[in-house]
Design a protein around this ligand. Structure first.
Ligand SMILES: [Zn+2]
Length: 378
């Protein structure tokens, strides 16, 4: 069997682990990968941020002086959704040049391709700076696994000189993404029987005023030349216990996407001031840094060159609309150059009947192998 088809077989193997998050259950999947890597001489460590929520860090590095190259991807997948699937979501069926299954694009194909590439290089990695692989749990619900190992710092992560994030890009390299701030805005009131509402204070009415103000909110910041302006979305709202009581509690979930160069804390405090008259509490549930590497950086250009040889035309590194674990890992590795490059299709991520093109998995394997080789020899 040729090495690229090992990447395809490994993708199928990973898709067959049910790692729907919640609950995740990434342990078995990551121990399977850890076992393969350990047998090939990689040093392997597991970190759990909760029971069965396992992140794997594997490394094989040699020469000192130049730091290893980091690859990252996640093995948790999003739920199947309400629409019925035509294929078995964990069957990893192949037909018409496609590999079907939940996580086939996002991001098990990417993980399989870089693990297969690292296995292919094997002990040769010891003759150069080598690689470190951070294969996370809990990415889809706010990167809990990546934040855990980032907080542990160099003791867990070791060092890295650059990061490749294997999120779905259809094998077109991207040079960064916006940051994100998730907030819970809470309003409180005083309960009363619904027949005498004037005796209470209605927290849902307060939340409605918060939502109306959020819809009108304008960020008074100049747009980032490549990332544009910040955006805001109210994604959830809840409040009240029963129809015949005045509700004393309501909660509004807010998702803000922030271009590079904007201070998250400042933005948050401006928003808190703006909502102050109605607001009782504002909790931050996710604070993810944006990531941006100069597209002209020599390593990014080197990757573009490698991709040109595989794609037949030179890609222009754009920016991802979504965030990735790099928001936690890139700062933890000291702000190193970061490229997002993976075989999955972004249109397929989180979709019913998710698939990945088999040829793109083989191409990603080849790309990662070449990226590692250049890193080794430079
Ligand atoms: Zn993903």
């Amino acid at each position: 069997m040729n090495p690229a088809s090992n990447a395809v077989e490994l993708t199928r193997r990973l898709v067959r682990f049910n790692t729907v998050n919640p609950p995740g259950n990434e342990r078995e999947c990551n121990h399977y990968l850890g076992g393969l890597l350990q047998a090939a001489g990689f040093s392997v460590a597991y970190h759990e941020f909760a029971d069965s929520r396992t992140t794997l860090i594997a490394r094989l590095a040699g020469r000192r002086g130049k730091k290893p190259l980091c690859f990252t991807g996640h093995v948790d997948v999003v739920p199947l959704g309400a629409r019925p699937w035509k294929v078995e979501p964990f069957g990893a069926e192949m037909s018409g040049g496609k590999l079907f299954g939940r996580g086939s694009s996002d991001t098990k194909s990417g993980v399989a391709a870089f693990v297969a590439a690292a296995l292919e290089m094997g002990k040769d990695l010891e003759r150069g700076p080598g690689v470190v692989m951070v294969i996370t749990a809990g990415e889809e619900t706010g990167s809990a696994g990546a934040f855990q190992v980032a907080a542990l710092g160099a003791a867990a992560l070791g060092e890295a000189g650059a990061i490749v994030v294997a999120e779905p890009t259809g094998n077109r390299p991207l040079a960064g993404h916006k940051g994100a701030l998730w907030l819970k805005a809470r309003t409180r009131g005083r309960t009363a029987h619904a027949s005498i509402p004037h005796e209470g204070v209605n927290a849902v009415y307060k939340a409605a005023r918060v939502i109306a103000k959020l819809e009108r909110y304008g960020f008074d910041a100049p747009a980032h030349p490549a990332m544009g302006s910040p955006t805001l979305n109210v994604g959830t709202v809840s409040g009240g216990l029963n129809v015949n009581s005045v509700p004393d509690f309501a909660e509004v979930g807010i998702d803000i996407r922030i271009p590079l160069g904007m201070d998250h804390a400042q933005l948050r405090s401006k928003l808190a001031d703006y909502l102050a008259p109605e607001l009782d509490e504002l909790e931050t549930t996710l604070d993810m840094a944006g990531v941006g590497t100069d597209p002209g950086h020599p390593w990014v250009q080197e990757i573009c060159e490698i991709m040109e040889s595989l794609l037949g035309r030179r890609p222009e590194p754009a920016l991802a609309p979504y965030f990735t674990d790099a928001g936690a890992l890139t700062p933890a590795y000291g702000g190193v150059p970061t490229v997002i490059l993976g075989p999955g299709e972004i249109e397929m991520a989180h979709q019913t009947d998710e698939y990945c093109h088999v040829s793109k998995i083989e191409q990603a394997f080849e790309a990662y192998r070449m990226i590692i080789q250049r890193w080794q020899n430079a």
